[in-house]
Ligand binder design. Sequence first.
Ligand SMILES: [Zn+2]
Length: 316
Amino acid sequence: MSESYPLHLMNKKPNFYGFSGLDRAAHTRLDDEWFEKILQQGNAKVILSWRSQSMVNITIPDKPSASILELKSLDEIIQKADNIVFLGEKKGTPYVGVDLSSSDKEQFYNMIPEAGVFLDLREFGPLLERFEGSLLAYNRALLFWHTKNKYCGVCGGKTHVTKAGHQINCNDPNCGQLVFPRTDPAVIMLVHDGKRALLGRQKIWKPGMYSTLAGFLEPGETLEEAVAREVWEEANIDVSDVRYHSSQPWPFPGSIMLGFYAEAKSTFIRRNDEEVEDVQWFEANDLRNFSAHGKSLPRPDSIARRLIEDWLETMD
Ligand SMILES: [Zn+2]
């Protein structure tokens, strides 16, 4: 696989948190001895995590950077690791994620002073350089999956990690359950009527923020059906012509956002979902001057923002 960013896979600017350009070495990582060797070689780079927080250097507050540390300098810390996972290789450098969740995080600040502090990627993600953002997102999602699989879902027994962190096995050989990393698919869609875009807001969001409608895919449902159902549930509007736009890993905590455009067949809004506080039609010029009306668009690293900005370009 190419070591460059796979940006050719997507037109125009690629979505943030994806496109890391990492070679995940999916076949090689099946060999547990190979991963042991990677860890012993000492040229690996390490991302440290503590309970869904990533270590980040905030020396320059407006320009944080992921703390990407040398494995060979971390012997003492690695001994305290709850879990070590292989993320991928880039330009001959392996990247591994190290989970330190069961230890007191303050001790690490003393052991590696000036390396950084543990913060939630949600807080600083949009400010990161692209590769660092995708690396931390990947690590956060993978380690979150680990936290949810410490016990076997079939027999309730304890589990252990194999395949360089990409498989979890039940300890009981009579059960033998294997689990593979999961990502929850969610659809997110910009619905338009040719002139206006349909945006809503949830009660829990910061005041004034409006975004595209979204929701989780249900079993037995196609993506197109999920788009239509969510729009119906949240706004009582029928849609047609559901078209795929792009996708984005969204590790808060473990989703893949599948972005669509859809055309409204009706325009009268009636909210059916209690979580949705408001849904409105907005013209392109409303959105371009949103802040003047005390409103804001979703965060700049989100596919929701991307769907809105791309739609605005078509309305020039
Ligand atoms: Zn089991």
